[in-house]
Design a protein around this ligand. Structure first.
Ligand code: SOE
Length: 403
């Protein structure tokens, strides 16, 4: 059902990339911001148009479309696939819907941006990647939303590794620490339901640090040994649409938590490096602390998203009287993306990674090139997640990441 239809009537909207988005929660809001903003700060060959927003709740999706600047609203995502005035589908739904929507969109000739993790299983992710490879041969492209790659300080860390400034990589230390589920009365949301989310902290935020570690180092995880834990096994049933950390009522009905609250694992990389990973939404006091430290034979880098405009760099060639980590303020226009924003020292925020994601996706589509991370890249992350779950289930036995 089309609720509101403000789309432009011109048949051939040359120069536009007309977007249909499914979902309008936290991710829907930040993706909407990115679609609205990218061409206003970056020179793009195609101008994104917020053509249609889809969501099951008629009143909710109409309000979100109005608020976020979408020209029309639908209550069935399949309408976005059917409409010939939509070029790209942006999937901001729980993970159990990613596969069906992405495959239908690609087979209908529409580009796809899909939130992470790619799917709730390796089987679904592999099917999506197979369809995406075939679609790419027809000039229809798919990207997975690992946005933290597009933080300037993270792109700098990767460049330092690529330039050999760290030497051979020995250690990778990655954490993603949040605390919005520390309160046992935080209500049950879809993120705590294995059928909807696939996994808990592991897939939600562990996926980010697996992708980031592999992207920054250029190495792939080959084996893991893991533990996973659910600290709060039942929670109040969510009343209103509880967002992150919304509070429920400890008196009302409760339901089971069927995913992990925390996942920790060691990892071996194909380069011989070893890693330690931790993902939890129970680290009281840590709000969005995505941290990465890479130690090499010639140098080290350290990043913490809670200070995302800074990269710490240790140059092993410094003279003894200058030994110490250097705080690089990554806001000079020499760095990717930064020059399009504010003067040096002003910094950027969480939402900028999503705008950078749109910039790179739109640029790749306009150039007829595969955007990264591709669905194959995201399938690689999914395989690591599956190995972690298998290892944890087998009492932390070493589990090989099957290719
Ligand atoms: C919740 O943990 C969450 O919203 C993740 O789902 C996002 O991917 C991350 O960017 C912020 O935290």
């Amino acid at each position: 059902m089309t609720i509101a239809d403000g789309t432009s009537q011109e048949a051939d909207m040359g120069g536009l990339l007309r977007v249909g988005m499914v979902g309008y929660g936290f991710m829907g809001a930040v993706h909407s911001h990115a679609w609205r903003t990218a061409h206003r700060f970056f020179d793009l060959q195609l101008t994104p148009q917020l053509t249609a927003l889809a969501g099951r709740n008629a009143a909710g999706v109409a309000e979100a479309a109005e608020r976020q600047g979408w020209l029309s609203a639908e209550t069935d995502w399949r309408r976005l696939i059917e409409r010939d005035d939509i070029d790209l589908i942006d999937i901001c739904t729980p993970g159990d819907m990613h596969s069906e929507i992405a495959i239908a969109a690609l087979q209908a000739g529409k580009h796809v941006l899909c939130e992470k993790p790619l799917a709730n299983s390796v089987a679904d992710a592999a099917h999506m990647a197979e369809v995406a490879r075939s679609a790419a041969e027809r000039g229809v492209f798919a990207m997975c939303g690992f946005t933290y790659r597009r933080t300037p300080a993270v792109t700098l860390a990767r460049r330092f590794v690529q330039e050999g400034r760290l030497g051979d990589i020995r250690h990778v230390r990655a954490q993603y620490l949040q605390d919005w589920l520390s309160d046992p009365d935080a209500p049950l949301t879809w993120r705590l339901d294995k059928q909807k989310a696939g996994s808990g902290a592991l897939g939600d935020i562990g996926a980010h640090i697996v992708d980031m570690a592999q992207w920054v180092t250029g190495a792939s995880v080959t084996d893991v040994s893991a533990m996973m834990r659910t600290f709060v096994t039942e929670r109040p049933v969510a009343g209103e649409r509880a967002g992150l950390g919304g509070t429920g009522s400890s008196e009302g009905p409760k339901g089971p938590v069927t995913v992990d609250d925390a996942a920790v694992f060691t990892a071996r990389f194909d380069t011989g490096a070893i890693g330690v990973f931790e993902a939890t939404r129970m680290a009281l006091g840590r709000k969005n602390a995505l941290r990465l430290e890479v130690n090499g034979t010639r140098g080290s880098v350290a990043f913490d998203f809670e200070e995302q405009n800074v990269l710490e760099f240790y140059d092993g060639s410094d003279a003894a009287d200058a030994h110490g980590f250097r705080r690089i303020i990554v806001t000079e226009p020499v760095h990717p993306y930064v020059g399009n924003w504010w003067p040096a020292g002003h910094g950027i925020g969480y939402e900028h990674g999503f705008t950078h994601q749109v910039v790179d996706l739109v640029s790749a589509i306009a150039a007829g090139e595969q955007p990264r991370p591709s669905f194959d890249d995201a399938l690689g992350v999914q395989r690591v997640l599956a190995a972690v779950e298998a290892s944890a289930a087998a009492g932390s036995a070493v589990e090989t990441v099957l290719s």
